[in-house]
Structure formats: structure tokens, C-alpha cells
Design a protein around this ligand. Structure first.
Ligand code: IPD
Length: 284
């Protein structure tokens, strides 16, 4: 295999942008016809033929360009069909073909293609194409973060009382889980913060923090494919990323806080009522 030194994944990065744009065009086109809705883990965990088709297009394009065996793949819909979800040291693509499937089904405008690339379990770059807004977010380690080729960075808000915080409600509607989610939201609202928002796409949420429109995003129960692309972008945009306990972020843990500053992230960690979510790499 070619000996890649640090920051030498430029060809993979450029191609990921190209493939994300192509995938986004497919999603936009598919949204113009009737969408057949199916469900996964619960009646509100939605999936469509477009999710499956777009993932096949992305993985097919990457395999055609880089060969069948050079890289590993973790894709939301492949894992749903029983493929393993294990992150190894091998160069690995982590793909969410349609992040914000519920938004896609409803025409709510935050729907993203998320493609990330990790080597030795470290994220090298991330691409998030918010396709209905036509915003291409991207970042590669040490090379800056961009939206439609303009540099982006996190906000300079350090006072949580002046912050906008993003979180989501998830697809598990058992009353105990929902109570815990609302208990955390209540604690955060009462700090008080300026507001809480739920745009409905984890990848877009992280890009909103990366570009300074929001000051933090926290979530328990999402997956590595929801987080990977945005995690690379928000880190490169100067944000902090940590576990919801305040500890070190783990891509397979299904738990995350991203924020414009450590002080805001740590304040959110204090407010979170935890519940068990399992890990991506033990559920496959
Ligand atoms: C979903 C979105 C949503 C989050 C869900 C995810 P999907 O991703 O990121 O914001 O609340 O937990 O599953 O399923 O549309 O790719």
C-alpha cells in the first residue's frame, strides 16, 4: 500500500466531497417523488429506499475509486442489514447516507450526507453536505474547516447564559427515557440559556456549532455514522468534543457533547441525566 504520511489523504478527501455532492443530488431528486417510509428500531425510527440506495452509491463509488479491499466501511444501512460495526486501525469510511431521515420524509430542510474517514481510529477528515440547503461543510485534520469553501469557526461565546444549545429527542419513546431527556433539557433551560433547538440531523447540528450559529450540541443514543463527519468538522473549527460525562470522546460510545468552549461543554456535562445506550461496536 502507498505510504501515507500525516495529512496526505487529499485524494480521498477531495473524492469524498465529490461523492457527497452526488449523493445529495440523488436525495434532492428523490424528495420530489412520493417517499415510501419503513421503520427500524421503533415506529418513529424511519428509513426509506433512498437511504439504502444512496449508501450503495457512496460505497460503490469509493470501492471503484480506491479498490475493493484497501479500506473498510461502516455505513448506517449496511450495519442495519447485519454488517459489522467495528472500528479498526485500517483506513475506514464512516457513512450516513441520509442523516435526518425524518426531516427528509417531511421536507424539513436539514438533511445531510455525512462521510468521514478514520485511520488508526483517528478521524482524518469529515464531509457533511446539507443537501436541501446546498451547504457543503468539510474539514481535514490541520487544514481548517469550511462551508461552501468559506472558512468557519466556532462562536466565541464562553458564558453559557448567552448560549444556544442543540439537542434531540431520539427515537426511543419509552416514558422513562423521555423523562430523562426532558429532565436534562429542563436543567439546561433553567440555567438559563438563551434557547434549546432540535434541527433533526446530528451532522448538521455539529456543523451549526462549527460555524458559530449554535454554541453546543449534546446527545445520548446516536451512532458513529451520525457523529463522525461532524466531529471532524467541529474539532477543526476550534470546538471541543467530549463524552457526556465530561471525559474523553469515544466515537463508538453513542454519547457526545460538542461546544464552542470547554467551559460550556463541562457545564452541560454537569446537567445531563444519563441513561444506558450501549455501544456501536458491541451491538452488531
Ligand atoms: C438521526 C438524526 C437525528 C437524531 C437521531 C439520528 P438518521 O439520524 O441524526 O438528529 O436525533 O438519533 O438517528 O437516522 O436520520 O440518519
Amino acid at each position: 500500500m502507498e505510504n501515507h504520511t500525516e495529512a496526505s489523504w487529499q485524494m480521498e478527501y477531495d473524492f469524498a466531497v465529490e461523492v457527497a455532492r452526488k449523493a445529495g443530488e440523488e436525495i434532492r431528486k428523490a424528495g420530489e417523488s412520493e417517499i415510501k417510509i419503513m421503520t427500524k428500531s421503533s415506529t418513529v425510527d424511519l428509513v426509506t429506499k433512498t437511504d439504502e440506495r444512496v449508501e450503495k452509491i457512496i460505497i460503490g463509488s469509493l470501492k471503484q475509486k480506491f479498490g475493493e479491499d484497501a479500506h473498510s466501511f461502516i455505513g448506517e444501512e449496511s450495519v442495519a442489514k447485519g454488517e459489522p460495526c467495528i472500528l479498526t486501525d485500517k483506513p475506514t469510511w464512516i457513512i450516513d447516507p441520509v442523516d435526518g431521515t425524518t426531516n427528509f420524509v417531511h421536507g424539513f430542510p436539514f438533511v445531510a450526507v455525512s462521510i468521514a474517514f478514520a485511520v488508526n481510529k483517528q478521524l482524518e477528515f469529515g464531509v457533511v453536505y446539507s443537501c436541501l440547503e446546498d451547504k457543503m461543510y468539510k474539514a481535514s485534520k490541520g487544514k481548517g474547516a469550511f462551508c461552501n469553501d468559506e472558512p468557519i469557526q466556532v462562536s466565541d461565546v464562553k458564558d453559557i447564559h448567552r448560549s444556544i444549545i442543540i439537542s434531540e429527542h431520539g427515537t426511543d419513546r419509552s416514558p422513562d427515557k423521555v423523562n430523562k431527556i426532558f429532565s436534562t433539557m429542563q436543567k439546561i433551560l433553567c440555567i438559563p440559556v438563551h434557547g434549546i433547538r432540535s434541527p433533526g440531523s446530528a451532522a448538521v447540528n455539529m456543523c451549526l456549532v462549527a460555524s458559530g450559529s449554535a454554541d453546543a450540541y449534546y446527545h445520548m443514543g446516536i451512532h458513529c455514522w451520525d457523529m463522525a463527519g461532524g466531529a471532524a468538522i467541529v474539532t477543526e473549527a476550534g470546538g471541543v468534543i467530549m463524552d457526556i460525562s465530561g471525559g474523553t470522546f469515544d466515537l463508538m460510545s453513542r454519547r457526545l457533547i460538542v461546544a464552542s468552549s470547554r467551559v460550556i461543554a463541562e457545564r452541560i456535562a454537569k446537567a445531563i441525566t444519563e441513561f444506558p445506550v450501549g455501544r456501536d461496536d458491541t451491538e452488531a
